[in-house]
Design a protein around this ligand. Structure first.
Ligand code: FES
Ligand code: FES
Length: 344
């Protein structure tokens, strides 16, 4: 009988097939589709697949909070979240907090946090944000509780708690200012008197700019309103432009100035210059005024005392014509910032 030979050689071992998951995620508002192992950790996916290295890895067992992210608006440690658990969720990482302007929370941590190596910082900021999203005026105990899952090896927690308190104040101010700002629709319905009362201060408290701009109502955007006002200034007589420049309050000189200018200058500490710096500002400004006949003007948002001082020294070397244009350009920038705050 023809017997079939039985193959007794061992079957070669096949490596186990790792199942793959088609992972769908929204990360910082952007949709992603990735093929990953179902048990891949979110912290690795974020850092290695998406290059979002702001989320840190430290203990890897959910004890330090360095890897904290927001998943469907909940604070989670991404070292403990597996891909299959995150499928279809919306994720926010520290990178998602950055905006055109630095977020009030990040700004507060820069000012108060006193961090050293900074490794814990993204996780702490994400935990602070999770708290402030649901409680915009937390007390010290609530802050301590909210940050109890975050470890910092370098510093004490005093600065961190102060940073969260400071962030809560700035967030509230931001909210109040957006509630109190006017809509463009509202502006477009104003009579001349109302319009001048609302936006007459935008260009150095020189209401003639707004009076003329009112004739071009309605505006389709804030930008159009700004451009209209800018054009009015550009086409004005030289003497009117000079009056406008002269209406600008002196930088950092502790003179009486409008609340708006005070806030603008206080934002970078110009209202509290130590004596030595105050004397330096005043004397530079005096020399500037003697040369040009108008005060030094600079949009201070995003600047530091040092960058302003440097600009003051450099611009003092300009010719009158160049500096006149430079000062007007700063007026336009300041007006842009003011309009953004005043109208939504
Ligand atoms: S690395 Fe995730 S909690 Fe420490
Ligand atoms: S600043 Fe170094 S761990 Fe917090």
């Amino acid at each position: 009988m023809d017997m079939k030979k039985i193959d007794q050689s061992p079957t070669p071992l096949q490596p186990p097939q790792t199942p793959k998951l088609e992972l769908k995620l929204f990360v910082n508002g952007v949709s992603h589709q990735l093929t990953v192992a179902p048990a891949a950790r979110m912290v690795d996916i974020l850092r290695e697949e998406l290059g979002l290295t702001g989320t840190k890895i430290s203990c890897e067992i959910g004890r330090c909070g360095a890897c904290a992210i927001h998943m469907d608006d909940k604070l989670v440690n991404s070292c403990l979240v597996m891909a299959y658990q995150a499928n279809g969720t919306s994720i926010y990482t520290i990178e998602g907090l950055a905006d055109e302007e630095i977020q009030p929370i990040q700004k507060a941590f820069l000012e108060e946090g006193e961090f050293q190596c900074g490794y814990c910082t993204p996780g702490i900021i994400m935990a602070a944000k999770a708290l402030l999203d649901v409680n915009n005026h937390p007390n010290q105990e609530q802050i301590q509780e909210a940050l109890s899952g975050n470890l910092c090896r370098c510093i004490g927690y005093g600065g961190i708690i102060r940073a969260v308190q400071r962030a809560s104040v700035s967030l509230k101010e931001k909210q109040t200012s957006s509630e109190s700002s006017l809509s463009l629709k509202h502006i477009n319905q104003m009579n001349k008197e109302e319009f001048v009362a609302e936006v007459g201060w935008i260009f150095e408290h020189s209401p003639w700019v707004a009076e003329k701009a009112w004739e071009s109502l309605p505006f389709t955007s804030r930008q159009e309103l700004l451009q209209t006002m800018e054009t009015i200034v550009k086409n004005a007589e030289q003497s009117l432009k000079l009056t406008l420049l002269r209406a600008h309050p002196d930088l950092g000189t502790k003179l009486k100035m409008s609340e708006v200018s005070q806030n603008e200058q206080a934002g970078i500490g110009l209202d509290q210059l130590p004596n030595e710096e105050f004397v330096q500002f005043v004397s530079l400004n005096q020399r500037y005024v003697e040369k040009f006949g108008f005060p030094f003007i600079m949009a201070v948002k995003g600047q530091s005392k040092e960058s302003i001082l440097m600009a003051m020294q450099q611009r003092a070397l300009n010719t009158y014509e160049d500096e006149f244009l430079a000062a007007l350009n700063e007026v336009y920038k300041i007006a842009g910032f003011r309009l953004t705050d005043a109208i939504h």
